[in-house]
Design a protein around this ligand. Structure first.
Ligand SMILES: [Zn+2]
Length: 309
């Protein structure tokens, strides 16, 4: 991306987003593929270090535009939400996966491509709609990171939507479904991930991008503990709590590191949820299990960010 100074940052970001919308990314989108797919690994050598910019600690990045300018909304953004109740917290719901979409985050150089994974993509979108319905009814201002199940929405756009909205809390919803490699909804993969200082990914240029915002990390961890409890109660399963992925994602053909891209780019507390994806006797989630997953997420949001009544 062309180097620009602050005066040109807005235009630079716009250019990058336009390119992101039509570029092919590093993540293949074959339906029914295992999650995540294999793709070219950046295989960096002796990466340099860059901290993710945060509101309290602006970071310099190598060869990238300043990030102090507000990023413009793209055509994939959701429409403005309905007027919220006075003081209503903003909750961003991030249903996992997109039809194949590329992109590079202009501030960090991270590949923010996303890929389709079925039936996960459709199932977790249904769960997101259930969560939105219940939170909206409870008085929250809710923003989805995707306008529709097939809206092409890369990982950078998802993070930006939550950052621009100054969300009190963002939550990603994923599961592990499929006829091959799928996990039973009650059998495992029920995990809640929070952001922790020191979590990182390595961009395709070999630069290490580290999560550094201690205040957000502290909130993220506290909220994730609530998600763990509430999801376990609603789903009737054990749920694990993790401050990183627990292994190097580079081993799965993704950018090396140990935090999900949306959490790394977020400047707000972001709780990333995984679950089993196959209900008993089927591939994908049943209506009842979608509701169980949603109920746990809703209860967690209401406990993390209580709304004044
Ligand atoms: Zn997923």
């Amino acid at each position: 991306m062309t180097r620009r100074r602050i005066a040109g940052a807005l235009a630079a970001v716009t250019v990058a987003l336009v390119l992101a919308g039509c570029a092919t990314g590093g993540a293949p989108g074959a339906a029914g593929s295992t999650h995540p797919p294999r793709s070219a690994s950046p295989s960096p050598s002796s990466p340099s270090s860059v901290a993710v910019p945060s509101a309290s600690q602006p970071a310099t990045t190598s060869g990238s535009a300043p990030t102090t300018a507000a990023a413009p909304r793209s055509t994939t953004d959701p429409p403005p939400p309905a007027p919220p109740a006075a003081g209503a917290p903003v909750i961003v719901i991030d249903p996992g996966h997109s039809v194949t979409v590329g992109g590079t985050d202009p501030a960090t150089g991270l590949n923010v491509a996303d890929y389709e994974n079925e039936p996960e993509m459709r199932d977790v979108f249904d769960v997101a709609l259930l969560v939105r319905q219940q939170l909206t009814a409870a008085g929250y201002r809710v923003i989805l990171t995707k306008t529709s199940v097939e809206a092409p929405t890369n990982l950078g756009t998802r993070a930006r939507i939550a950052n621009d909205a100054h969300a009190a809390l963002a939550l990603s919803i994923h599961d592990q479904a499929g006829s091959n490699g799928g996990i039973g909804f009650t059998a495992g993969n029920n995990i809640v991930y929070y952001q922790a200082v020191g979590d990182y990914r390595i961009n395709p240029a070999g630069t290490k991008i580290t999560f550094t915002d201690a205040a957000v990390a502290s909130l993220s961890q506290r909220y994730a503990q609530v998600f763990q409890r509430q999801r376990a109660a609603a789903q009737g399963t054990a749920v694990r709590l993790q401050g990183n992925t627990g292994y190097d994602l580079g081993g799965r053909g993704l950018q090396a590191g140990d935090i999900w891209i949306v959490q790394l780019l977020a400047r707000v507390p972001w709780v990333y949820n995984e679950a089993g994806g196959n209900s008993a006797g089927m591939v994908g989630l049943s209506t009842a299990d979608k509701q169980r997953y949603a109920d746990g997420l809703v209860a967690a949001v209401e406990a993390c960010v209580p709304i004044s009544r």
